[in-house]
Ligand binder design. Structure first.
Ligand SMILES: Nc1ncnc2c1ncn2[C@@H]1O[C@H](COP(=O)(O)O)[C@@H](OP(=O)(O)O)[C@H]1O
Ligand SMILES: [Mg+2]
Length: 433
């Protein structure tokens, strides 16, 4: 940080919160679940009504629990041991929780302004940048004595261009409001501080040392639609993912399995976290004790359900459908955005996740690092389409050209065979790719 922290003072800004005077402030959670069962049950973003209140009086009824999630943080720090990454784990949870608060606030205002139906992406950009700045800042504040390397999606180039001052001001206000609401840190960031914090994400990663890996908003398209998205943070230590934290602010707190689609979903907002050798836990973003989660034990593909990207541009739906048919999967695919798919799989909502990008696309490490450990620590397996472990040590990109598959240990051999048979079939008809 370039300058001593300033007192945050009173915020003059406003936050957008759901109006308590309207019945629309408690939307049907099914409408908020952002999950598509083969497109038949899809409903788009809810129409919520909002009112503006001073940020200081903003008490979220759900969603933010940066305070509750970080409440035992000091104790965790003092009893940390470097081998189990306890300090880093607590810092990651705190950072992701704060970023998730910021993103929720922006998503609510997007819905209010109805900009998700326009081509204008600026509100997303604001949340992406704000989330990255916050995570970068919080990790450095919490772990001041450690070398810091962050591989993250955004950089500040566009924000430094002429005409971006208003956007930068909005991002800075969002970051400062979030910090001020949380109250842990007595800091106020200048616009330059925010640019610097964002640009700390330019690391190239690689096989040596430790690197944080961040997707500040994964599932941008879902975020714009008011559907699923995630804030994804992982840490690599000498090539391996050693911890991962994923906030899914719109993920129902109960199962989204295809067999559960008619049941009402009451609450949304989950935080998944995993440390190498310690399992995966889930807690609610509005505060709850962490509870262990495990992948599904389904061994017969006929009883398995399958996740894939909502966006057909991100993954070949036809190929997944061929694989599902070969396996004998009966349920329709469940289509959701972002690494929320890994989270849903980790808690057993479904048994298979398939991702087959179209030719030429290069996967980024921040799209899979947190998700892969959340699944593997919950007892699942994540590999490329050849059955090889994902290698996060090659820099900012994953070095693979086939696809990513993910399931439990019992189903993996059958899945791998079906994938490889289907890929051979696909290669014989290249026009289908
Ligand atoms: N053509 C493409 N093929 C595969 N993945 C793509 C893609 N274009 C973008 N993506 C990645 O897919 C991610 C979303 O994944 P999903 O389809 O599971 O929701 C995006 O993350 P961002 O939203 O962070 O950019 C982006 O990194
Ligand atoms: Mg992403």
């Amino acid at each position: 940080m370039g300058r001593p922290p300033l007192d945050s003072g009173l915020s003059r800004l406003v936050a957008l919160v759901p109006s308590t005077s309207s019945s629309a402030s408690k939307p049907s959670s099914l409408r908020r679940s952002g999950v598509t069962f083969c497109q038949r049950f899809y409903v788009s973003a809810p129409s919520l009504h909002f009112r503006c209140v001073p940020l200081r009086s903003f008490t979220p009824s759900r969603g933010l629990s940066a305070k509750s999630l970080g409440g035992t943080f000091s104790a965790a720090m003092s009893s940390s041991s470097s081998s189990s990454y306890e300090k880093e784990f607590a810092a990651a949870k705190k950072a992701v929780s704060l970023a998730s608060h910021l993103c929720q606030k922006v998503q609510r205002s997007i819905i209010e302004c109805d900009v998700q139906s326009k081509a204008d992406k600026s509100p997303v950009t604001v949340a992406d940048y704000g989330s990255q700045a916050l995570v970068s800042l919080v990790l450095r504040l919490e772990l001041p004595s450690q070398p810091f390397s962050l591989v993250a999606e955004e950089d500040s180039r566009d924000l430094r261009e002429e005409g971006s001052q208003g956007t930068l001001r909005r991002i800075t206000n969002l970051v400062n409001d979030t910090l001020s609401f949380d109250g842990t840190y007595n800091v106020t960031l200048s616009e330059d501080d925010v640019l610097d914090a964002i640009d700390r994400g330019k690391s190239e990663g690689g096989p040596n040392g430790q690197h944080w890996v961040l997707d500040p908003i994964d599932g941008t398209k879902g975020f714009l639609r008011g559907d699923q998205y995630a804030i994804a943070l992982a840490m690599l230590d000498k090539r391996k993912v050693v911890l991962g934290v994923l906030a899914c602010p719109n993920l129902p707190q109960t199962s989204i399995s295809s067999t559960n689609k008619h049941s009402s979903v009451s609450e949304i907002g989950c935080l998944f976290s995993a440390r190498l050798g310690y399992g995966t836990v889930m807690q609610y973003l509005d505060g709850s004790k962490p509870s262990e989660v495990h992948v599904s034990t389904v061994a017969d593909p006929a009883n398995a359900s399958l996740f894939e990207s909502f966006e057909a541009a991100h993954s070949m739906h036809d190929l997944s459908s061929t694989i599902a048919e070969k396996l004998g999967v009966k349920a329709p695919p469940v289509r959701i955005d972002s690494q929320a798919k890994y989270c849903a799989l980790a808690r057993g909502d479904g048994a298979i996740y398939l991702r087959f990008p179209h030719e030429g696309y290069r996967e980024k490490i921040w799209d899979h690092a947190a998700g892969s450990i959340v699944v593997s620590e919950a007892g699942g397996v994540v590999t490329d389409a050849a059955g090889k472990e994902l290698d996060f040590s090659k820099g900012r990109y994953l070095d693979l050209n086939t696809g990513i598959i993910c399931t439990n240990k019992k189903l993996m051999p059958q899945l791998l065979k079906a994938v490889q048979d289907s890929l051979k079939g696909n290669l014989q008809t290249p026009e289908s790719l």
